[in-house]
Write a protein that binds this ligand. Structure first.
Ligand SMILES: Nc1ncnc2c1ncn2[C@@H]1O[C@H](COP(=O)(O)OP(=O)(O)OP(=O)(O)O)[C@@H](O)[C@H]1O
Ligand SMILES: [Mg+2]
Length: 336
């Protein structure tokens, strides 16, 4: 099947948010692999300090430095690109900033010992977000300069969760308001211009349960209110749909005759006693109930008026092969 045209041709920075545990990191990684087909260079960034990328790609802990971690998805033209990864932490970003602006390489490290950095990054959470978003901006901006500096076709950010995303991405607009003029204000304005432009899209990951879907709905509103560009919704960990609509209706309506079921099983070579048949029926009822809940949540997602993508729940968790599988799925559905 030919791949459909990608839905986000102008996006340079893909931000992936969602309720905790719904699969933000997994989806960000799969999206990076998918975007890195056709020979493109993609940078996957994380800012939550948990080395999730290293774990997913089964490599050593990542430094504060862009590192090649995987080949992109092999496309129909057979030339995958490359995925690089960057682990961004506020302390390193602050030291880098000090070194750059005040040439404080060594003094910067002394500051670290005296805990100034702890002050800046722990006591003032806003400062932390300014440092983190600043580094993301540096990676994603046009016309990066310097020795060994790579220009990326796309940057994917494994971002903070939905409850914090608008504030996180909007921190520079607060800063611009505070600074009023001067270099800090112009830098903050540049960052906000990128984040609010069509070069940025914020995708939301959810699962088909009430709370995450509600959080997705609220998150979209928060982002729009903050004038930040909403991308798509990725519905993750979707259960296999083992029963068709007719079978589901029969299970729900309780119209399946246990004796007929036992006879069918026997025809298929399975000797089923009453316990097994009743167990199977109970399982079918549970499945039907979960499917009904999922279907009602899927309807709500459908009403959100943004593109939606669905990823299957992979049995046995997500290894590297699984990430490529999910990447291929996102590509097929047009997210990349
Ligand atoms: N499609 C999937 N199929 C099976 N398992 C999945 C899938 N997506 C994610 N998982 C698993 O679910 C768990 C949570 O995923 P992940 O770490 O990506 O979520 P997260 O939203 O980044 O979590 P956190 O809020 O802790 O950062 C992981 O163990 C991951 O391997
Ligand atoms: Mg995560």
């Amino acid at each position: 099947m030919p791949d459909s045209k990608p839905d986000w041709p102008r996006a340079k920075l893909h931000v992936v948010t969602g309720k905790g545990g719904t699969g933000k990191s997994t989806v960000a990684a799969a999206l990076a692999l998918a975007l890195a087909s056709h020979g493109k260079n993609v940078l996957l960034c994380e800012v939550e300090g948990r080395q999730g990328i290293a774990r997913m790609f089964d490599v050593d802990q990542l430094p504060y430095e862009e590192r090649r971690i995987a080949a992109g998805l092999t496309g129909p033209d057979g030339t995958p690109g490359t995925v690089y990864a960057l682990h961004i932490d506020a302390e390193s970003a602050l030291l880098e900033y000090l070194a750059m602006y005040y040439r404080l390489g060594r003094a910067g490290r002394a500051l670290d010992r005296f805990g100034v950095i702890e002050f800046a990054t722990t006591i003032a959470p806003g400062v932390r977000d300014v440092l983190l978003t600043g580094k993301v901006f540096e990676a994603a901006k046009e016309g990066r300069r310097g020795k060994n500096v790579r220009q990326y076709d796309a940057v994917v950010l494994d971002a903070p969760p939905t409850g914090r995303i608008a504030q996180f991405l909007g921190v520079n607009s607060e800063l611009a308001g505070l600074a009023k003029m001067g270099p800090i204000k112009s830098q903050a304005d540049l960052v906000m211009t990128l984040f609010r432009s069509r070069k940025t899209v914020v995708h939301l990951v959810t699962v088909l349960e009430e709370m995450p879907v509600q959080e997705t709905t609220d998150g979209i509103q928060d982002l729009r209110r903050a004038d930040l560009p909403v991308g798509g919704v990725v519905v993750n960990m979707v259960r296999p749909q083992d029963l068709n609509a007719k079978a589901l209706a029969a299970v729900r309506g309780g119209t399946i005759d246990p004796q007929e079921l036992a006879a069918d099983l026997k025809a298929a070579g399975v000797e089923a006693d009453d316990v097994l048949t009743e167990g199977l029926l109970q399982e079918a009822r549970d499945h039907a109930e979960r499917r009904a809940l999922e279907d009602s949540q899927r309807k709500l997602v459908g009403r959100l008026d943004v593109p939606a993508y669905e990823l299957p729940r992979l049995t046995g968790g997500v290894d590297l092969g699984g990430l490529y599988e999910l990447a291929a799925e996102l590509k097929k559905q047009g997210m990349a």
